[in-house]
Design a protein around this ligand. Structure first.
Ligand SMILES: Cc1cc2nc3c(=O)[nH]c(=O)nc-3n(C[C@H](O)[C@H](O)[C@H](O)COP(=O)(O)O)c2cc1C
Length: 155
């Protein structure tokens, strides 16, 4: 099965999971780049505001065509209880190309199923599986077991 891991990351947490997952699955990965400035305190505020308003953004060029993959695994940080604008934009533009999907997210607080429900509604299909990892688990490197189990279930 051919898989693609697609992720957005503002401060590197989701990127760490996305890259580790692509390595475990030995598959391609695509990092989404939001052309809207998201760094610093102003970027933080605009990120939260745009996420809550469910605004779309403009992404830099995409390298991989998701239509060429059997499974597209989508990863985002949780922003204001929902998904990042970059991931919302990617799903909106590409959902007709997804054969099957799986989701992962990173968050500062506790897992919130609402995020995956929203991704499911946006993709218009149920995910094969989902994985939530806290920022704390990523910082401590305490995510490997659950990531390996997730990768095993997807493979
Ligand atoms: C604008 C903004 C809003 C956030 N809202 C939430 C939230 O509602 N719940 C939560 O648990 N974490 C929230 N966080 C924390 C991030 O989800 C968390 O730090 C994540 O791991 C960051 O991933 P990244 O380093 O890949 O950008 C928020 C972070 C930002 C920047």
């Amino acid at each position: 099965m051919k898989s693609l891991v697609v992720f957005y990351s503002r401060t590197g947490t989701t990127k760490r999971i996305g890259e580790a997952l692509a390595q475990l699955l030995e598959c391609d990965n695509e990092e989404l780049v939001d052309t809207k400035k998201r760094s610093g305190p102003l970027g933080f505020v605009s990120a939260g505001r745009d996420a809550e308003a469910k605004n779309l953004t403009t992404l830099a060029d995409i390298k991989h065509d998701p239509a060429l993959y059997d499974l597209v695994i989508l990863g985002t940080p949780m922003w204001g209880g929902t998904l990042s604008g970059a991931m919302r934009t990617y799903i909106s533009a590409n959902k007709s190309k997804f054969k099957r999907v799986a989701f992962f997210c990173t968050q500062g607080g506790t897992e919130n199923k609402q995020l995956f429900d929203e991704m499911e509604a946006l993709c218009e299909q149920r995910p094969v599986d989902t994985l939530a990892v806290s920022q704390e688990e990523v910082k401590k490197g305490a995510y490997q077991d659950k990531l390996r189990q997730f990768a095993y279930r997807l493979d």
